[in-house]
Write a protein that binds this ligand. Structure first.
Ligand SMILES: [Cu+2]
Length: 352
């Protein structure tokens, strides 16, 4: 027992000495070693703020220079110009505002850095200042939102004016089928329940509907330039999204319902192939492909520009390759092409 007590006393004395040593050390510390930032530290941090500002601006300029070329070329649809304009004005406002506010933020962090004897000015509120920083964003944002709503309403107004071409885009894992209304430009009724693979009725067209007989099913979308197209989208299985980037068009394809989108193509595939941005992109891609070919890598055949319909919803493992070629051509070329296509009735297999 005495041994234990003695040991406890010794341990406690040891702790007491250790603690007293720490107190003694703390009381002996010089001003620079207290862990409190000195004027020199604060100045150094202020300069680092400027260095960070230069880094932000630098990376912005670098990104502009290096990645501008990956942007889409000029819009190929009637509504695309307005859509791009809205986007570029939004970009420009964000760019200017953020360039100025970043500079002010980092400059003030430097200017009002901690300094011995410097005291912050305190005031509870400033009505004029609060009014300014509230009203300016309100006006700018309200303007952008109203303009956006106006653009959105115009783009999403799917109607039957101007004799639109009616085309169905049918999505399934992992391909697209397009269906034209045929001579009458009216799509026959269809339902996934009517799909009959044995008879090659892959889209589930209602054979009893007289409108379906002349419908035309194709795996390459041809569109006449300058004619409005009303797309009716269906999906067989999961959510897909019909994305036609060059036309600034995208609409989800939802199982069990028909969704719509409408646009007028304005530039033919041939014309787009001569667009300087497209020429440049094709050149860059083919330089890369030539390199791949030399190394014996796949996908190294020379590439030619084509409009494309892509799936823009991750719908399964081959989603990345769910696409269909779009060809925009003159009305004569389109009429010639569509006349060569077989109708639904002609392709329907008869089963005994
Ligand atoms: Cu898909």
């Amino acid at each position: 027992m005495t041994a234990l007590l003695t040991l406890t006393v010794l341990v406690l004395v040891a702790i007491a000495i250790w603690q007293m040593t720490k107190i003694f050390e703390l009381s002996q510390l010089k001003a620079e070693e207290t862990g409190v930032a000195t004027d020199k530290d604060n100045k150094y941090n202020g300069y680092l703020m400027f260095a960070f500002l230069i880094f932000i601006y630098g990376i912005t300029i670098f990104s502009f220079a290096k990645y501008s070329k990956v942007l889409l070329p000029e819009a190929s649809s009637a509504h695309g110009g307005g859509y791009d304009e809205l986007m570029w004005v939004s970009f420009a406002i964000i760019f200017v505002v953020q360039t100025i506010t970043q500079a002010l933020l980092h400059y003030f962090a430097y200017k009002y850095r901690g300094e011995k004897g410097k005291k912050a000015l305190f005031f509870a509120d400033n009505d004029r200042l609060e009014f300014i920083w509230t009203i300016i964003p309100v006006i700018v944002l309200a303007g952008l939102i109203l303009w956006g709503l106006y653009t959105w309403t115009n783009i999403m107004d799917v109607n039957d004016e101007d004799d639109p071409l009616i085309v169905e885009l049918y999505a399934q894992q992992f391909n697209w089928t397009a269906r034209y209304g045929g001579e009458d430009n009216v799509l026959g009724d269809a339902s996934v329940r009517l799909i009959d693979i044995d008879r090659a009725n892959v889209l589930g067209l209602d054979e009893s509907d007289p409108n379906s007989a002349d419908d035309i099913l194709v795996k390459e979308l041809h569109l006449p330039v300058g004619r409005k197209v009303n797309f009716m989208m269906r999906s067989q299985d999961v959510l897909h999204s019909a994305y036609m980037p060059h036309f600034r068009a995208q609409m989800n394809c939802v199982p069990g319902m028909i969704t719509q989108f409408s646009f007028t193509p304005t530039i033919t595939t041939e014309e787009m192939r001569r667009n300087p941005d497209v020429v440049d992109k094709v050149k860059r891609t083919n330089t890369l492909r030539a390199k791949w070919a030399a190394e014996g890598k796949p996908n190294s055949d020379p590439w030619e520009f084509d409009y494309v319909l892509l799936c823009n919803k991750i719908c399964g493992k081959s989603h990345y390759n769910m696409q269909m070629k779009i060809i925009v051509e003159t009305e004569e070329e389109y009429n010639k092409w569509i006349a060569e296509q077989a109708t639904f009735k002609e392709t329907l297999a008869s089963v005994e």
